[in-house]
Design a protein around this ligand. Structure first.
Ligand SMILES: Cc1cc2nc3c(=O)[nH]c(=O)nc-3n(C[C@H](O)[C@H](O)[C@H](O)COP(=O)(O)O)c2cc1C
Length: 554
């Protein structure tokens, strides 16, 4: 390992250690909510004329499984309307909620603390009613804010290189939005949110017959150049950090190059950018360790192997049919996306069947031709440690879903000797580790949140960790993205099965590891989740997602 990589790995490991929650001490944060400086969850570019996108008058009619299976969705042309649908069903608003004088917007994609650090940018070719440009997506207005025009010849070069029609989409993070509430641990939550947003984009693209492919070779610096970030006047501490760049294209297109040539990227340096980002907070706290881990995990140019490369060893059979395809949901795909919510409380009584449970878990397995795990992230590294509470047909206990078979020997070697590793279903890599009532354990390791014990099941996402970081420190972000993507699948599957999920970013890290065996950092738990029957809060008032635009848009 060269010295630059070595010090980046050390910095990243230090960040991870320092931002663990412990039973006796939480990771560092302000410790109180400075409401006067709560960051605006919406980014606006001042000084530009936004291009309004139409809202869907009628959702795609596709059924539940069309979320995943590419072959079920016919290709729709790239137009202002379909780009609007793509964004509405992934990053658009889903509702407004209010209670006791306070009102907030929810979105199709979830976010830790509903703070929404993830921003999206599109680089579009010329379409009827749209000039080829770099745009920021403003979800409040459901509009594209133009930042710079892209000359026709430049788009031609991009298209020739990527070999087909389509457009580019980039995700970025504003760390301050999360750090305002969560302090040093915020960087982790931003990365989870990127994963959720990425999966949300992959699902909505799929419903339009499109596919999202991650351009794995592109560096963060190059993404910043494409988006004009080096020529943007950021309010102090509110800088946006490039996370990833994807190409959206027809779903059946074969091999897409995963890079952008230097000549193309450098042409973006000559474009004229307009617009000034709005200020999100008056005052800020500088969580310096976040800047350090951001730098340590910044992605240089590289070549990542496709995550679903044919013949990759140790992956589940990616072409096999879904588990119990009869356990289908009658809820249409777009409705599942629209109704996704986090449960604030679970009822502590509802159960689900083993078929429902396995159906949900099965969707989290990577498949070569299915959204969202076919967008080309590196090889899957995240497994599920499951606390099964109320699943009829399965005894309560601690279970393990192995999402990458190659990790089994290492995991068995690390884990407690008394774990059974007993397969419980021939169609799924699911193992019983230990029978028993894990409700209070699940709750206590999930920062004592009762939702972790009151559901049908909850889980910790266990990632192959140290080795991945040593391969490349920027893999730290990818591991969190993978957990966010798994989380997005669980959110949608819970809705499809008539229950509800909640992501749990707050958990006590090492106590989870101790549950598995003597802790070290070969594997780490990165994200928790819970699924069960929701207990609704009848006091909440709901309003339509875009009621605030109704007069002006439609
Ligand atoms: C990364 C992440 C971590 C989260 N952590 C928690 C948590 O620890 N406890 C909790 O009750 N909700 C948690 N949530 C749920 C969010 O609070 C929720 O997504 C947000 O309020 C928006 O609501 P919605 O999901 O209904 O759109 C988390 C969500 C995400 C995406």
């Amino acid at each position: 390992m060269n010295t630059v990589i070595h010090s980046a790995v050390t910095e990243t490991l230090l960040y991870h250690e320092q931002t663990k929650h412990h039973f006796h001490r939480y990771a560092r944060s302000a410790g109180f909510l400075d409401w006067a400086n709560q960051p605006n969850p919406f980014r606006f570019y001042e000084g530009v004329t936004a291009v309004r996108l139409p809202l869907l008058q009628k959702d795609p009619a596709s059924e539940h499984l069309a979320l995943y299976e590419r072959r079920r969705n016919a290709f729709q042309d790239f137009t202002r309307e379909t780009i609007g649908a793509f964004l509405e069903l992934s990053l658009g608003l889903s509702a407004w909620k209010s209670i006791a004088g306070s009102t907030w917007a929810l979105r199709m994609n979830p976010s830790s603390g509903n703070l929404h650090p993830t921003e999206a940018y599109l680089i579009l070719p010329a379409l009827p009613g749209v000039t080829a440009s770099i745009f920021h997506y403003n979800s409040f207005l459901h509009a594209l804010e133009p930042r710079a025009q892209v000359p026709e010849t430049l788009w031609q070069q991009i298209k020739e290189h990527l070999r087909t029609d389509g457009f580019l989409v980039a995700l970025t993070s504003i760390f301050w939005r999360e750090a305002w509430k969560y302090g040093e641990r915020a960087f982790r939550y931003c990365q989870h949110d990127v994963g959720h947003a990425l999966a949300a984009l992959s699902f909505s693209a799929n419903l339009l017959g499109w596919k999202v492919t991650w351009l794995s070779a592109v560096s963060d610096e190059e993404i910043g150049r494409l988006l004009g970030f080096d020529r943007t006047q950021w309010p102090e501490f509110e800088l946006e950090h490039p996370e990833l760049l994807c190409f959206v294209h027809r779903n059946r297109t074969q091999r897409i190059p995963r890079d952008l040539p230097r000549e193309i990227v450098s042409e973006f340096s000559g474009l004229e950018f307009q617009g000034t980002p709005n200020q999100l907070s008056e005052d800020h706290v500088d969580w310096e360790i976040i800047s350090r881990v951001a730098e340590a995990t910044a992605k240089p140019q590289s070549w990542e192997g496709a995550f679903a490369a044919a013949g990759a060893p140790g992956l589940p059979d990616r072409r096999r049919p879904f588990y119990a395809p009869t356990v289908r949901s009658g809820i249409p795909a777009a409705q599942i996306i629209r109704q996704r919510r986090s449960a604030v409380a679970l009822d502590g009584v509802s159960s689900i069947s083993k078929d429902q449970f396995c159906t949900m878990l099965d969707k989290t397995l990577p498949r070569e031709t299915c959204a969202p795990f076919d967008l080309g992230l590196p090889v899957s590294c995240v497994h599920l440690l499951l606390f099964v509470h109320r699943v009829t047909g399965l005894e309560p206990g601690l279970y393990f879903l192995l999402r990458a078979e190659r990790d089994l020997p290492a995991l068995q070697q690390k884990c407690h000797r008394h774990f059974l590793w007993r397969p419980v279903d021939e169609a799924l890599p699911l193992y019983l580790l230990q029978a028993g009532d894990f409700r209070s354990t699940a709750m206590s390791v999930s920062c004592r949140q009762s939702i972790a014990g009151d559901g049908a099941f909850s889980l910790g996402m266990i990632a192959r960790f140290r080795e991945e970081l040593e391969t490349a420190p920027y893999r730290y972000r990818h591991l969190f993205w993978e957990t966010g993507m798994i989380g997005q699948v669980l959110y949608l599957e819970a809705e499809a099965q008539g229950v509800r999920a909640t992501g749990i970013g707050c958990f006590f890290d090492d106590p989870v590891h101790e549950l598995m065996g003597p802790p070290d950092n070969a594997f780490q738990s990165l994200y928790h989740f819970t699924v069960g029957g929701p207990r609704e809060d009848a006091r909440l008032v709901t309003r339509a997602a875009y009621h605030h635009l109704e007069a002006s848009v439609r």
